[in-house]
Design a protein around this ligand. Structure first.
Ligand SMILES: [Zn+2]
Length: 304
């Protein structure tokens, strides 16, 4: 087992039987061997890869295939072999969230009102119409909910939001970690501080409480919803999740292109650099076609 560190993104990666001279996360060649970091948490569980490199490459080809028309031509230099499977470090968080809330609950009711108007001759007349009004009443209470399966990235190479783009993982397939699981794969050290990750998990859990409370509000409408949440019975386990990462430095003056594939479900996310001259040419051609069609239609109109 060798341990490498990327001086660009800061990821520390351990592997054996894999040859790479660039960082799999950011394609930086500033990738150097170093001793393993001390004080690493032992992963408690892991989600295993479900497909091999051939499967992942096919996913990537299909995804890139639909996007190459307007892609930067330098992208063609990218080699699909640069797609790497990595066990990414993360924390799995669950808790019981207890929230005290207050809100103003609105109930709709209808009323018939009379009003005066003028008819076509200008005479005043009285008519009736039905209007909907809302009556508000205060509501306060306590809501208890379970927050489960919050995953927070502990990776230096792939941040929480990027991982979120290919979530969810099917956590029913979660298995107890064993070193045999990661043999032959690249796996990253736990780079982010556990306390930071715990705070991030909590704030994601509290955001999720907001969604639950909004769905829980009775009545026809509500306003002024406010809540205070405390979390109890927290569990917080270091885990590994499988991702395929395709990182290419297609131009020295640009950040690398990166496509991420969920190694369990195949969900894929990334951004393809666009070539502006190709897009401009596409628009010009489209306008030319429209102009030609208008020209032909006007020429063939029968003479009056
Ligand atoms: Zn890197």
């Amino acid at each position: 087992m060798v341990t490498f560190s990327c001086n660009q993104c800061g990821a520390g990666l351990a592997f054996e039987g894999v040859r790479t001279t660039t960082c799999p996360y950011c394609a930086s060649p500033n990738f150097v061997e170093r001793p393993p970091s001390a004080g690493q948490p032992d992963p408690a569980f892991a989600v295993a890869f479900t497909g091999d490199a051939v499967w992942a490459r096919r996913r990537l080809e299909g995804w890139l295939g639909g996007r190459t028309l307007y892609a930067d031509p330098a992208l063609r230099r990218a080699r699909l072999e640069d797609l790497r499977g990595i066990y990414l470090p993360a924390y799995l968080y669950s808790a019981v969230a207890r929230s005290d809330y207050t809100a103003s609950i609105g109930e709709h009711y209808t009323e018939t009102e009379t009003y005066t108007t003028k008819d076509a001759q200008g005479n005043e007349k009285t008519e009736t119409r039905t209007v909907t009004r809302t009556e508000y009443r205060p509501l306060a209470g306590q809501h208890v909910g379970y927050i489960t399966d919050v995953i927070v990235s502990a990776s230096a190479g792939l941040d929480h939001r990027t991982l979120g783009a290919v979530e969810p993982f099917d956590l029913r397939q979660l298995r107890r970690f064993s070193p045999a699981l990661v043999s032959g794969w690249i796996h990253e050290e736990f780079s982010r501080d556990a306390d930071d990750c715990r705070r991030a998990s909590r704030s994601e859990a509290i955001d999720a409480v907001g969604d639950k409370l909004r769905a829980f509000m009775p009545g026809d409408s509500y306003s002024d919803l406010a809540w205070r949440t405390t979390v109890e019975w927290e569990s917080f386990d270091p885990i590994l999740v499988p991702v395929w990462v395709f990182a290419v430095r297609y131009r020295d003056d640009r950040p690398p292109l990166r496509v991420v594939i969920n190694g369990q479900t195949g969900a894929i996310a990334g951004k393809v650099p666009l070539s502006w001259w190709k897009i401009t040419l596409g628009i010009v051609l489209l306008l030319a076609v429209i102009a030609a069609v208008i020209f032909l239609v006007t020429q063939h109109r029968p003479a009056p």
